[in-house]
Each structure stands twice: as C-alpha cells, then as structure tokens.
Design a protein around this ligand. Sequence first.
Ligand code: FAD
Length: 414
Amino acid sequence: MPRTVHIVGAGISGLAAAVRLAGQGVAPVIHEATSRAGGRCRSYDDAATGMRIDNGTHILLSGNTAALGFLETIGATALMRGAPSARFPFVDLASGAHWTLDLGAGRLPTWLFDRKRRPPGTGPLDYLPLARMLFPAHGRTLGSVITCQGAAYERVLQPFLLAALNIDPPAASADLVRAVVRETITRGGTACRPYLAPKGLSAAFVEPALAYLGRHGAAVRFGEELRRLVLADAAIAALDFGEGEVTLTPDDAVILAVPPYVASAIVPKLQTPDEFRAIVNAHFRIVPPPGLAPMTGVVNGVAEWIFAFDDRISVTVSGADRLLQYQRDELAEMLWNDVKRVANIETALPPWQIVRERRATFAATPAQNARRPGALTSWRNLVLAGDWTDTGLPATIESAVRSGNWAADLVMRM
Ligand SMILES: Cc1cc2nc3c(=O)[nH]c(=O)nc-3n(C[C@H](O)[C@H](O)[C@H](O)COP(=O)(O)OP(=O)(O)OC[C@H]3O[C@@H](n4cnc5c(N)ncnc54)[C@H](O)[C@@H]3O)c2cc1C
C-alpha cells in the first residue's frame, strides 16, 4: 500500500480516484490548479441570468454503472433524478412530426415491434442493417460499417450517438460506438433510463465528493497547478507546483488526472488525443410551460436536446464546432427560436447564457481513439486517469469514473 497518493486534478476522474482510495483507508492529497473542483462537470453562479447553472447539462443513463456507483458511494444518489422508464419525446422541426421513442423499462427490445413506441416512418426491419455496428470493426468509422441514412438512423441512432460520442456519428470510431451501444441500447430500456441533476452538477457530483473526502481525511489543495514532474530513472521524484516542490518518498504514488493536452506537456513522450469537439449549451431563465418534458430530442433544428428544469430551459448542441463562428447573442436567438417551437410558446428572449466548451471532449474518431494511453506509464509510481485514457468508452462521466477507479486500484496494488 502506498504511503501518500498525490492526485493531480479534481475533475470527475480525480475525485473518483480519491473517493476509491479514501474508501479503502488511504487518504490522498488532491492538487487542483483552479479554485474549484469538478473540471468539465461543474456549476457556477451566472451573473447574466442570476442563476446557478451548469457549464453543460449532463445526462447519465441507468447503464452507467460506475458513475451511479460513484454517486452512491458519496451519498448523492438522491441528487440525480432518474426517469422511471426510457421514454424520449422527439420533435422534428422540419416536418412538425412528434413522437416518443419508448424503450420501456425491461431488457428486451419489444419497442421495435410496437408502432406506438418507435418513431414514425420506421419498421422493425429498418433496424436490422444497423445491427452491423454490433460486430467488431476495429479502427474503422461507423460510416464505413453501416449506412448512416434513413429514418431509423436519423430518428433513433443519430441523436443518441451524437449525444454520447460528441461527434458526427459517421466519422465516429466504430469501436466506441459498439462499446456504447452494447452497454446501453442492446440492454434495453433498463440500461437507458436517463438521469439528470436538477440541483446542478456540483450539488450532485462535486460537493458530496468533497464532503466524503473531508470525512475520510483527504486533503484538497486548490490553486496548485502542476508545472513539472521531477523524474528519476524509474519513478517520479517530486512534483513541481511552481512555488515549491513536493518531494516524494519511494512509497508515494501519483495519479495524474488532468486533461490530455496538459498531460502530454508534462509527461515526456506521452501520446494523447489532440483533436477535440465542442459542446454548446444555452440556458434561458424562464419557468417551463406545463407539459414540456424534462428532456426533448430535436431533429432538424439547431437545438438537439431541450431540458426543462424548475427555473430554466436549457439546450444542448453536441459536435458543435460549426456553431463557434456565431456570436453569442446570435446563438441565443437561434436556439431560443427552436425552444419556442418545441415548447409551443411565444415569449420574447428571456435572460440567457451561452456556454461554449471548445474542448468538451476528445474527437471520438478511430485515429484519436488509437492515441489514448493506458493508465500505466514508464514510471512505476505514476498512473494516468481521465476520460481520454484508454477506457474503451467515449469521453463521458462513465469513462472518467472508470479511469479514476482503475487508477486507484493500480496504485493500491503497487
Ligand atoms: C458541455 C459538456 C457537456 C457534457 N455532457 C456530458 C453528458 O451529458 N454525459 C456525460 O457522461 N459526460 C458529459 N460530458 C463529459 C464529462 O464532463 C467529462 O467526461 C468529465 O467531466 C471528464 O472528467 P475528467 O476528470 O476526465 O477531466 P476534467 O474535467 O478535464 O478534469 C481535469 C482537472 O484537472 C485540472 N488541471 C488541469 N491542469 C492541471 C494542472 N497542471 N495541475 C493541477 N490540476 C490541473 C483541471 O482544472 C480539472 O479540474 C460533457 C462535457 C462537457 C464539457
């Protein structure tokens, strides 16, 4: 068992590693560059709307077992609201069609055989060719494995995969698509019930994790940005935070849980993903009209998912690099127009905020997926964590938690 474990980065992967260690009696020291924990999964007080909002609405699915396990450990299960079954209302803004994709609550895909539970214009046989994505197609794009066209693709697979992988699905790694689909859709509605954090991401994921760590004797140091690893032959000898070095004893270990572009600058010869995709979120301060579903999928709009919270309506657009050319007020107008049509309201633009996360996730292409390193490094006391490490999943909370858990387990075995 290591003497002290230093975790660099207090995003979800760093917090998951810390919680896993703390639960086994090892109180880690966490060093976070900024003044808050959560990384890409955080809430903040927004002056423009006068609300506490999330950098982006995050969804978990009931098949995200590691993420839900993390929430259970830190005592935050009640802070996520899970839908009773996997029902997803959709609106097609081009045709005006409305439907509900109802995957049900069981394991079997009975929805395929029930016209009322699948999108209009699709029959069971339309889904058959899509099954090719379930077979191994190592290193290939989804677009080279299935035909990314037709109503079954456009009304079911495209919205789901774009949200899960944050990339235009034809360009996505078929390996990552297969992993996601095997852990969710093929397990039926039981693995696809969506979970949202109505009180915010920090309230659900971050504050309970910090409280748990506090109760277990862990130290969290904010404003400590790792600048350099002091390398000895086979081990890390010290951590350089600019204003002082932390010298490591032979029994100490380090979990580096920073973004890939930081890790590759700090760890010699480390290859990491280096291409990213954006996510744009809009938050509108308005009490949603009665009847607006907690989450509505939008086809043929600029908005992709519309979320109704108690005090606001939020919009998510994934793979959103094409939107970065617009001014923020243009984006607010464009997205509000889609909200008005979906929610059936005429209200003028309410107070709003646009959050553009340019490097929301690594680009889930085959080439970028091949650049993901495993957790182990050439230094015996240095382990990597992060949604971008080789977890076999796209960059999600599930991937981040699994990588943190795995890093903690490796350190415990040292
Ligand atoms: C807008 C948006 C929407 C998303 N939606 C979803 C969703 O719906 N569902 C889902 O599952 N996932 C979603 N994700 C992805 C999810 O947020 C990430 O997978 C997850 O938060 C990554 O956690 P991480 O710990 O790997 O990395 P990060 O969150 O990037 O954490 C890294 C931490 O390291 C710190 N750091 C950086 N450099 C240093 C340094 N030199 N020294 C010390 N600390 C340092 C950073 O400040 C940060 O706190 C979304 C992401 C975004 C941006």
